[in-house]
Design a protein around this ligand. Structure first.
Ligand SMILES: Nc1ncnc2c1ncn2[C@@H]1O[C@H](COP(=O)(O)OP(=O)(O)OP(=O)(O)O)[C@@H](O)[C@H]1O
Ligand SMILES: [Mg+2]
Length: 330
């Protein structure tokens, strides 16, 4: 996308749905990034341009909601043979293709969500590296001493965390998820196996595009009793990506990897003493623009196609979303 399109978009970010935009009879839940409207066993997920870090919403970023929705859809399509996902095909929703209409809304099966986020890690970095350096285990996994920053694990690790209603999600050991009754054993085994298969697929397809899928987070739910992949998949919000060609050289010197995700923004916050608690620093337009470019770059690198927003104007997007929501009541 032409970079000249970005500055004017700063004032046209989509802050999300408010109750007034939701037809009577529908339930609205505002997540940090997505607004979820439910009706019976259907949900409409509307991705706003809100940017969160360390579990706090901090600002908005132009086109982010579209990037996330379209990257997710790209991956859902390419992993549907591994596990059914929540997305409904247009044919199953009165012929209405929510994403094509709005750029940032999809309609899916409403799932009873499992109370855990399933993080899969291929490399020692991010919060796992921060825990490791501080001598802590990583979601109950005690790693051997002497590992390096950004080292590749011999096999990917599953490091779940609980989904907290408020505050920060907490790391939890797989065994504890089962022993505390959060998820029963057989289902948890299926979740772990599926997550590793999804991650493998993610790494393979990313590699074809010169990228490394470093780590990611999955959310599963049950729909009609069946394990279903929900929420988002392999987006720059839920995943870390590095450029493959510079990995080894940077690993050898302990340098920062060339990233395509939110980590640069997280580091910017950490450098200013913010890690989720207390007052956040003021996020200026330059940072919002840089972040927007990175999200768009991620879209283009992952999908191999140029990014042109379907609905650059939030007003128009919201009109399309309202049309979709009315269909949800019908
Ligand atoms: N198919 C689905 N059925 C029901 N809920 C879903 C489905 N897909 C996603 N969700 C839920 O919708 C919400 C999406 O919002 P978002 O990702 O912004 O939330 P979050 O900030 O990550 O989490 P939180 O809910 O803690 O605010 C999440 O709570 C997610 O679990
Ligand atoms: Mg989420």
């Amino acid at each position: 996308m032409k970079s000249s399109l970005l500055p004017p978009a700063l004032v046209a970010c989509y802050d999300g749905l408010d109750q007034a935009a939701v037809p009577a009879g529908l339930e609205l839940y505002r997540g940090k990034v997505r607004d979820v409207v439910s009706s019976g066993d259907l949900v409409a997920l509307v991705a706003s341009d809100r940017l969160s870090a360390f579990d706090r919403v901090l600002t908005t970023v132009p086109f982010k909601g579209e990037v996330l929705t379209r990257v997710s859809s790209w991956w859902f399509e390419r992993t549907a043979d591994i596990i059914p996902n929540h997305l409904l095909a247009a044919a199953d929703f009165g012929g209405l293709d929510a994403l094509t209409l709005s750029g940032r809304c999809v309609v899916g099966r409403r799932c009873a969500m499992l109370p855990v986020e399933v993080v899969v890690r291929g490399y020692l970095t991010g919060s796992a590296w921060r825990d490791y350096q501080a001598g802590r285990s990583v979601s109950g996994i005690q790693l051997p001493r002497g590992l390096n920053y950004c080292e590749k694990f011999p096999v990917p690790l599953v490091t779940p965390s609980t989904k907290e209603a408020a505050g920060h999600d907490q790391p939890v050991a797989g065994a504890q998820i089962v022993s505390s009754g959060l998820v029963e054993l057989e289902l948890w085994q299926q979740v772990e196996k599926t997550s590793l298969a999804l991650f493998r697929r993610g790494q393979e397809l990313a590699a074809e595009r010169g990228l490394i899928l470093v780590d990611t987070k999955y959310e599963f739910g049950l729909s009609a009793g069946k394990l279903t992949l929900a929420d988002e998949i392999h987006t720059p919000d839920s995943s870390r990506y590095w450029y493959a060609d510079s990995y080894l050289e940077r690993y050898a010197t302990g340098a920062q990897q060339r990233e395509l995700d939110k980590e640069t923004f997280r580091r910017w916050l950490l450098e200013r003493g913010f890690s989720g608690d207390g007052e956040a620093p003021v996020i200026d337009d330059a940072v919002r623009l840089k972040t927007a470019s990175r999200y768009i770059e991620a879209y283009e690198a992952i999908t191999g196609t140029g990014f042109t927003p379907v609905m650059p104007l939030p007003k128009a997007a919201e009109a399309a979303i309202q049309r979709i929501l009315r269909q949800l009541v019908a």
